[in-house]
Design a binder for this molecule. Structure first.
Ligand code: SAH
Length: 347
């Protein structure tokens, strides 16, 4: 089978275009990336070549379903990949810009019980081209807005698929032309991956999904904590900050009665302050396999205020796309764990 459209590198594209004038490879590469164009739209190419490229460079993502929410401002795509696996991408539109949330794996092996992707289990890594193509689709759909941000916060653990993820980051930066500062990689705390990020030359943002600031609770919520406990994650983050000079952020999904007490805020402050980390708070979104609800809004604000009183920089993240299962932690690509009771909060 032909390599997918964005899984070809420049050399492979040049080989495909052997016999054409030398400038063609660059022209097609720029068309695919800078202009986010499909071969058929490359009207600066001879028609026969367009047709040939269309066949030789098939897209990796086949649209299964598109859903929209927030009056059309949140778009979720369900894609089918070669081999049949399914993944989702979420595009958030703002008046003059847009953010895309991309998947890095079909499923996830991290098994966080409160996350729909974790509940579904791991299927496979995405390729670089499959990740890049999600961004290209977003660039096209966002027009006339500029795609301003790419966040690796969709399905999967990006640092468990490091090589493909990093190659995608480089392609998004070098070829699609986004700045490194507008790209965010989110991780549950894969320590070797954070260390590797510290050695990269592109200064992307790092978000760590913390959710608990003591090991007993975090062992339960984020099973990878048993392998890389909070002290080890903090140390790797410290190295990353020292190497990049970038600001770290912690994600904290507030779960009623579980990690939203003032004692949790105090523990979180103790971890966040020495790293001068920014904390992003979000009430837990409902998922089929996890019964405990998210923290109510008033309590979310009280938790934020408590963090601020400790001197922590904390904000509440606006939630988008909950009604189409497009919000944080809700991406399951149509898979529904069979053995668990479906628990949905009304509203
Ligand atoms: N595996 C990486 C990338 C996914 S990012 C990571 O976990 O960081 C998805 C974000 O949504 C993570 O911060 C995750 O902890 C959070 N999340 C998962 N389930 C959620 C839920 N039910 N409600 C709100 N946030 C959730």
């Amino acid at each position: 089978m032909a390599a997918s459209r964005y899984d070809l590198d420049r050399a492979a594209l040049a080989a495909l275009l052997a016999g054409e004038p030398a400038y063609r490879a660059r022209q097609v590469w720029d068309g695919l990336h800078r202009r986010a164009a499909e071969p058929a739209e490359m009207t600066d190419l001879p028609a026969a070549l367009r047709t040939r490229l269309d066949e030789a460079l098939p897209p990796a993502l086949t649209l299964v379903a598109e859903s929209t929410s927030d009056g059309g401002d949140t778009v979720k795509w369900l894609w089918r990949l070669a081999g049949g696996d399914r993944v989702e991408t979420v595009l958030m539109l703002y008046p003059d810009r847009a953010t895309v949330c991309v998947s890095s794996q079909a499923g996830c092996a991290m098994a966080c019980g409160f996350c729909a992707t974790g509940q579904a289990g791991f299927s496979r890594h995405l390729t670089t081209g499959e990740i890049v193509e999600q961004v290209v689709r977003a660039v096209r759909r966002a027009r006339p807005r500029r795609l301003s941000n790419v966040v690796f916060m969709g399905m999967g653990e990006p640092l468990a698929n490091y090589d493909a993820t990093w190659a995608a980051v480089e392609r998004i930066h070098d070829d699609l032309g986004l700045s490194a500062r507008s790209i965010t990689v989110s991780t549950v705390g894969v320590v070797p991956g954070i260390r590797r990020l510290a050695t990269e030359s592109l200064p992307v943002n790092l978000a760590v999904s913390l959710h608990a600031a003591n090991d007993a609770l975090r062992d339960e919520l984020v099973p990878l904590n048993r392998r890389y406990p909070i002290a080890a994650v903090s140390e790797a983050c410290r190295e990353w900050i020292a190497a990049t000079g970038r600001r770290l952020s912690f994600e904290w999904a507030l779960i009623a009665g579980v990690n939203d007490r003032f004692s949790d805020a105090a523990e979180l402050a103790a971890v966040a302050l020495p790293l001068r980390a920014h904390v992003n708070l979000i009430p837990l979104n409902p998922t089929p396999g996890y019964a405990t609800p998210g923290t109510p809004p008033a309590r979310v604000r009280a938790f934020r205020d408590r963090l601020r009183a400790h001197g922590v920089n904390a904000t509440i993240r606006r939630n988008r796309g909950t009604d189409i299962d497009a919000a944080c932690g809700q991406l399951a690509a149509g898979s529904r764990p069979a053995a668990v009771e479906v628990v949905r909060r009304p509203g």
